[in-house]
Design a binder for this molecule. Sequence first.
Ligand SMILES: [Zn+2]
Length: 424
Amino acid sequence: MPSRAPSPLPPRGPRRRGSNLPRVADYNQMLVLDLVRRSPGISRVELVRETGLTAQTVSNICRRLTEAELIRETGRVSGAAGAPRTIFEVNGAGRYTIGLHIDPARLTFVILTLAGDTVQRLSMRTPDTPEPGAMLAEIELRIRELIDAADIPFVRVAAIGVATPGPIDVAQGSVRDAPNLPGWEDVALREDLEERLGLPVVVEKDTTAAALGELWSNPHPPQNFAFMYLGTGAGAGIVLDGEVRRGSSSNLGNIGHMSGDPNGPICPCGGRGCLSLTALPATLVGEAAARELVSPVDLGDARAVERALAELCAAAAQRPGGDEAALIDRAARSYARVAGQLANALDLDAVIFGGPQWPAMMPSILRIAPPAIAKDFLFHALHDVEVRGSSINDDVGAVGAASLAMWATTFDAPTQLFLPGRTG
Ligand SMILES: [Zn+2]
């Protein structure tokens, strides 16, 4: 398998400044494109002000981006000095990417435009056989159906981004011994999907993709946040100084053995009250089944666990103060405690919850986590920490994967901007 460097990360939010050095021209293009994407109708003058680049550099970049059909002029407005200003927006239909989020319980697909709009989505339970070959065949079929349904020319689809549980080998684009995906010992996701679909594929850890999705979709994202990802497993995506962090092997964010409950049970790892014992769906559902709060469940079947968790959360909402609510609230306190530790350790200004199991857990977490995290936050004299749900609901992993694919294929190899036969 060919080795490949990790994909470049998207730029920070609009406050980042540019450089006039020619060697970072691609970076400046990315910066201008991101500003136009986030601020439709922005003028050249405003781009100069926001980026710190010279007017000449901005003009050259706008011309190149227009020629590449990535942005377009949408008209002129009168400027303060009287001279009309040309304004720009991204060319949404100029290119599309597909985002796929593989969770053991659920597959989510989106088609994203360059403007960041989702034009097609699909969420389905994972196939009965999570065996890699059968699952990848199903994924290929669904992606082809989705492109057809969106009525998009295949040549306009630039790439596919895949968010998957770790551990991942980002250089090989493969998944290694994922604990939540039985049978996935060494699955060459990138190679297999590239062969099946004839499109470039980038692979990212689900938690990191979720943080990317939030950065991409939120017009004013916080610059330092933890994305608390709630799926079959739990993890944290970390954004610091406006950039997603990946760690040395792109597997950052394993929080399963951080303590969610100082009075909780001893974990095989030696810790006490680890998140994996106090909050994960299989744990909650297993305890609930043992106490006959839900029907017996095969805890190895992520889809059955997801169904049972939804049932348990619905019962908790029906009976505040009941046994079901006590279990869910305990999980919410555990998540809050770990998120609060991250907020203190990393000096965060926000904690954002999301992922496939977020809708079920949301009422309890939104009630418990904000005051719990605020109570233990160490830097109140300097700033607050915002606690909220993702702005893009449970599609966040797929949207993040699609946005990564957009950046990777637009800027990783500039020649890919003009692939013969792929841009028309
Ligand atoms: Zn542990």
